[in-house]
Ligand binder design. Sequence first.
Ligand SMILES: Cc1ncc(COP(=O)(O)O)c(C=O)c1O
Length: 346
Amino acid sequence: MTRVNFAGNDYLGLARDPRLADALCRAVREYGISSTSSRWALGWTDLHQKLEDALAAFTGAEAACITGAAYFGGPVYYSVFAGSGRVVYCDETVHSNQFLGMRAAGLEIRKFKHLDAGDLKRQLKGHKGPAPIVAADGVYGISGEVAPLAEMAEAARAVGAEIFVDDAHGFGALGASGRGSTELCGLAPAPDLTVLCSMSKAMGCNGGFLTGRKELVEKFRRSAAASGSAIPPPPIAAACLESLRIIREEPELRDKMESHARRLRAALAARGVSVVSDRTPILGMVFKDEFEAAAADKHFLKHGLVIPYFKYASEPRENLLRGAARACYTEEHLARFEKAVATLKR
Ligand SMILES: Cc1ncc(COP(=O)(O)O)c(C=O)c1O
């Protein structure tokens, strides 16, 4: 029995799409396999320029900045505010790339309760000093929870704050046109909004990018965190361009992913397993404790379904098992999941 990935982040099934492989192979012949350096040290090619322009155009932001990984996003973003005296108000469970960036930039951090825009608002009322930064993950990568971005932005804008959203898991997968959690929450591109996206999740490729206002993005490009490491290899940039085209032109992939997610959730609900959020392809399955979650991992594996349980770095709850729906499942895969869930020990 072949094992099937029922976790991971390949929500649209693009990582193994032959059209991306073709684009990549064509570019390998012309450009070689590595960028070998940063954007300023001859790593940059016409493919990278096309990709950056296409990402800005697709998201509707003024500009975009490609990075070697989305993980560099926090360090790049916060580094441009080092020494500014700005305070960062962030959701208490943002991804580690944000904490890494805030700490490296020496910024004061004040955490608000997870997903609690009311707590953010209360804390901002007492704010003194330069305009702060308000930060969250658009989608929490283990639970699949979506941040209340519209309410957060309203509170942030009342005090003239910068807004930073890490949408690594939302871009490509969420929103009517795949623009991510900001689109899902009705948050339009704006000069005060910077969004971090990953190209290694729904896009099925590798690397990351930040979008925002021109003046800030130009600083990102010049920052040590962005310019001190290699950019994604040119063949990956070619695959990203193809992936972006598919995301733009084939909304049916998102429809499939959503319908598969609904079917998996229904099977879990019928067995009495609740899922933290129903707004994303991420299945944050809730078990009694970590032992039951780990046992479920083993049970799924017996059925050839790979849903690994481990200590998730950014998720404090230990009783969650993180699965994910993908657009590329076949009827056999879905039926196999349903069969496995039906005999899950409760
Ligand atoms: C919320 C969040 N942000 C950023 C990243 C980093 O993304 P990448 O793997 O593209 O560097 C991850 C990775 O899982 C993530 O979950």
